[in-house]
Design a protein around this ligand. Structure first.
Ligand code: CUA
Length: 155
């Protein structure tokens, strides 16, 4: 079968591109730990009021000094609010929702998670220095969505 020269060039170019892209996935997964979220943890959104962690969400310090912050989002507030955490310490946020989909974005940082009813979104962040941060809900959740803000005080 005769394949024209330009056709062959483009076939090889496409094959090389596919190999490059697949290779990039393999390399970033193996070397740079770039992966999709794998933290899948469920919680009954209707039973949050009696949940040991989320019934009275409060900032707690682990024995190793790291801090864990359970957060319950609901129309149209974050709990706890304000959240007081220390600077230069790894802070693990565990965020869920008691009603509808909300957002949990710490403005001015790269921390940005969805608060999905039935699931716990978890991420860890370290604040380099003391200050105040705004938490914004960035998923439309109802008429007062624009007023759903919280505060983090880093000491
Ligand atoms: Cu909560 Cu928008």
């Amino acid at each position: 079968m005769h394949v024209a020269l330009y056709e062959r060039i483009w076939m090889w170019a496409a094959a090389v591109l596919i190999a490059l892209f697949l290779g990039a996935i393999v390399v970033t997964t193996a070397v740079q730990a770039v992966e999709p979220p794998s933290h899948v943890e469920t919680v009954d959104p209707a039973a949050l009021a009696t949940h040991p962690e989320f019934a009275q969400p409060a900032v707690t310090t682990r024995p190793d000094g790291s801090v864990i912050v359970p957060v319950v989002t609901s129309m149209y507030a974050f709990a706890p609010d304000p959240i007081q955490v220390p600077a230069q310490v790894a802070i693990t946020f565990r965020v869920t929702s008691s009603d509808v989909l909300h957002g949990f974005q710490i403005v001015g940082t790269n921390a940005n998670a969805m608060a999905v009813p039935g699931y716990v979104s978890q991420f860890t962040i370290t604040f380099p220095q003391p200050g105040e941060y705004t938490i914004a809900c960035n998923e439309y959740c109802g008429l007062m969505h624009h007023a759903m803000v919280g505060k983090i005080i880093v000491k």
